[in-house]
Design a protein around this ligand. Structure first.
Ligand SMILES: [Ca+2]
Ligand SMILES: [Ca+2]
Ligand SMILES: [Ca+2]
Ligand SMILES: [Ca+2]
Length: 303
């Protein structure tokens, strides 16, 4: 009976499928199930061996019991980077419970702490570095109590944005046609992951303009914990037949290879040296052939 109730509650909330389907980053990374066990003594402070970290990689299961001799259990959850929301479900019989934000970070439920949920399941907006304590108390009317439940998380979604602010033709891209501006370039930029064949994003195209500015920001959705991202920026001149690629790199290729390090907020150039920080405007230009320069900035956004 006990077990049936637990299973029915879990399936009813579709908790096994929700994190996989809603959550791109979590689906990309491996989801681990952590069992948060009721390890005594945990009456005032949680037993630290039962530590449960809430992160997009973890799916937490909680189980325990209280009795006449064990009136209270305290369980602890820190929130790891990359988590923006968690859904908390606890089914308790013969017991009442509260989920507290351990605001003063002393691993104890006290007055300074914020009561987040009380005998009621719900979603909690969170951010990395927050800590939570679950306190379960045996109800006065029952001789014993039990509880079981789970926590699933929704990950922060991170995207890298590359904004090409402007380009400048250094060479002539199109043939001169008298009384027209057709010899001016028709630029648009594209963003590729490393040596990928297809771009992840591109800018708008600006016709007949040797020094255009672009409105569309290019972006790429990435895993929250990605440390280093290699991109190739191409500047194209649209033509009636095959488009021309402008040389915008000081290295041997026409395209500009950059590496972005989200945590260090650094942008590395084709030679691996730091050429700027996130959000900063960087100008690079080509060294041979049909040359152009671009001014761009790289950043990342968490949602
Ligand atoms: Ca217990
Ligand atoms: Ca206890
Ligand atoms: Ca506290
Ligand atoms: Ca053209």
């Amino acid at each position: 009976m006990k077990r049936q109730l637990f299973t029915a509650a879990l399936l009813g909330a579709s908790m096994f499928t929700a994190p996989l389907m809603l959550n791109q980053s979590a689906a990309a990374t491996r989801i681990q199930t952590i069992q948060l066990k009721d390890m005594e003594p945990n009456n005032l402070k949680p037993n630290m061996q039962a530590l449960g970290a809430i992160s997009p990689k973890n799916f937490l299961q909680i189980k325990g019991s209280v009795s006449r001799f064990d009136k209270t259990d305290v369980q602890y959850f820190p929130v790891l980077p990359g988590t923006k929301l968690f859904s908390f479900t606890l089914n308790a019989r013969g017991a009442s419970w509260g989920l507290y934000e351990d605001t003063n970070k002393n691993f104890q439920v006290d007055r300074a702490d914020k009561l987040v949920l009380f005998n009621k399941n719900g979603s909690v907006q969170t951010s990395s570095g927050k800590r939570y304590l679950l306190r379960v108390n045996k109800s006065a009317t029952s001789s014993s109590g039990s509880y079981s439940g789970s926590v699933y998380t929704q990950a922060v979604r991170r995207s890298v944005t590359v904004k090409v602010h402007s380009a400048k033709a250094i060479s002539r891209f199109d043939a001169k046609i008298r009384f027209t501006k057709k010899d001016r370039a028709d630029f648009f930029a594209e963003l590729y992951r490393g040596n990928a064949k297809f771009p992840v994003s591109r800018t708008n195209k600006v016709n007949d303009n040797n020094s255009p500015t672009f409105s569309k920001v290019m972006s790429d959705s990435i895993a929250f914990d990605a440390k280093s991202l290699r991109y190739r920026i191409q500047l194209m001149d649209a033509d009636a037949g095959f488009d021309d690629e402008a040389n915008i790199s000081p290295a041997s290729s026409k395209s500009l290879f950059i590496t972005y390090l989200p945590e260090k907020r650094q942008v590395l150039g084709p030679n691996g040296k730091v050429i700027g920080r996130s959000g900063q405007r960087i100008t690079m230009q080509g060294n041979s052939g049909k040359r152009a320069s671009i001014t761009f900035s790289v950043n990342h956004i968490d949602r």
